[in-house]
Design a protein around this ligand. Structure first.
Ligand SMILES: [Zn+2]
Length: 202
């Protein structure tokens, strides 16, 4: 054992650059949206790059932040903030509750075991398609709003498009996954952003 690779770490670690960068970006996004953004950076493996909870707290994965540019992070944070601002979580919950209620009534009124089974399957598929449609709609809405927010905060929204475009390169999704997916494809998202930019002539 030579010990030549040993490095002494000082006691108190300064915030990593990705954390400090993120703090500054979130502050800027908060300034233009007029909201104090509560956030948390997680080190958990397998957690998504970014998400937002019911209360509007944004969670970002450390792994994602370390590989992302400022424009990427600004778009991602703005996207999550837009989900919360548009009350997407609440709207989804309402739709899911409604579907569950309709399913209950349908099963109750359907005649016989076979009838109940057919009705249950039909309503489950309807519910799946409906929530899938809603979720896709919400993703595209959040993307569109994120574009505005990041621009107002001084970031380059064209980078968001590039970012989504490169995501397209990460393997194609199977047809079944595609049908069941609640998320629009990268291509849909890019087209949505182009359309949005086109209508503004930017
Ligand atoms: Zn989203």
């Amino acid at each position: 054992m030579s010990g030549s690779h040993q490095t002494e770490s000082s006691g108190s670690k300064p915030a990593s650059t990705s954390e400090e960068r993120t703090r500054q970006i979130i502050q800027k996004i908060g300034q233009v949206t007029g909201a104090q953004i509560d956030y948390k950076i997680t080190d958990d493996k397998g957690s998504p790059s970014a998400s937002v909870d019911k209360e509007g707290k944004v969670q970002l994965s450390k792994e994602y932040l370390e590989g992302a540019t400022d424009d990427d992070i600004a778009f991602t944070v703005a996207h999550e903030v837009a989900h919360h601002g548009n009350q997407h979580y609440k709207k989804s919950e309402v739709v899911i509750d409604e579907m569950a209620e309709k399913l209950k009534v349908a099963i109750k009124t359907a005649p016989g075991f076979i009838g109940k089974t057919v009705v249950a399957v039909a309503w489950s598929v309807t519910g799946l398609l409906k929530t899938r449609g809603l979720s896709r709609e919400q993703e595209l809405e959040a993307d569109g709003d994120a574009l505005d927010i990041m621009e107002r905060a001084g970031y380059d929204s064209r980078k968001a498009e590039e970012n989504l475009s490169t995501e397209l390169g990460h393997g194609s999704r199977g047809i079944i996954r595609e049908l069941l997916s609640t998320h629009p494809t990268g291509r849909e998202r890019v087209e949505n952003l182009r359309k949005k930019r086109g209508t503004r002539g930017v």
